[in-house]
Ligand binder design. Sequence first.
Ligand SMILES: Cc1ncc(COP(=O)(O)O)c(C=O)c1O
Length: 401
Amino acid sequence: MAFLADSLKRIKPSATIAVTDKARALKLAGRDVIGLGAGEPDFDTPDNIKEAAIKAIQSGKAAKYTNVDGIIELKEAVVRKFKTENGLDYTTKQISIGTGGKQVLYNALVATLNPGDEVIIPAPYWVSYPEMVLLAGGEPIEVQTTMESGFKLAPDVLERAITPKTKWVLLNSPSNPTGAAYTKRQLKALTDVLVRHPHIHVLTDDMYEHLVYDDFEFFTPAQIEPRLYERTLTVNGVSKAYCMTGWRIGFAGGPEPLVKAMAMIQSQSTSNPTAVSQWASVEALNGPKDFIPKHNRIFKERRDLCVAMLNQANGIVCPKPEGAFYVFPSCAGTIGKTAPTGKKLATDEDFVTELLEAEGVAVVQGTPFGQGPAFRISYATATTALEEACARIQRFCGNLR
Ligand SMILES: Cc1ncc(COP(=O)(O)O)c(C=O)c1O
């Protein structure tokens, strides 16, 4: 349509939102559907956080515009978080608060990308990364990882992807969609490469920092390589670990000029993130965190359940990831087989469509995440539903001919 901007021709809608919508529509039509598409915890926001929000509303603190990129109390809480949890020293002037991690990442890209600037994105990646880069006028450069290497970017692959036009390398650990997280040694091997290329900046998306299992220890690039501190934007938020996806608060720490530029973009687009959510986030970061290990015990149980059951399904291979609440199994062994409807599975999109049709299980195909044939399961759902869903996947794969 001539009315719409040409820039829209470069991007595609989110596949994860599409599958969630499709599952919702089938449910509304009366089908028994188990949705494993949505990337958010099934737990409610903890009560102390809700109470802080109610107090902010009642005291009038939530009624007015705030500082464009966040109230000072939240910036101070973020400074403390980075210091105590990551050993990173930032001042409040180096902190940006936005409407979810998504806006913070988008602001950073809009603030820095000129036409032709390249952003290295290891695949599989969160579906929004390449599209955000394209919207901001840059060029996403996808580099592949393999299931055999635990979906970790190899240093020599990173090195080969670097050009004079590389502006950012975008790292995400633990990862959406694979759950893969870099050990200190693996991350150091990547930062060693980046230190040698002073024109490159590091955009690290640490959104799933707290969701790691089996005593895995989380590290972020600027923490293990101080020489990268000046050229790293460390992005994080309250959405996942604090069960606050709907509240829409994300944050970042990084170089002051970049943080200032991001604030300018925010000032001319959305202005401040919602005041009540900012006050709730102050409590999230400063308050008790005992619910996190409790949730993690449940997430770990569910991860182990998924991995065990999916590896028993014909044609499926499911690696065991370190964190987040996703598994990313390969369905290569089902391609070429025929579903109960008579449809021959040619792609992972066929696999997920036929699975939804035959068994009412909604998962997202791997291809939009940059690698297929595979699919992503979000196990942030009730354990009984998850067990039933995995049993249905086993039955579906067993019925393929
Ligand atoms: C890897 C990753 N980064 C960022 C985000 C965005 O988080 P928020 O909901 O805070 O915008 C998500 C959400 O799905 C994600 O998976």
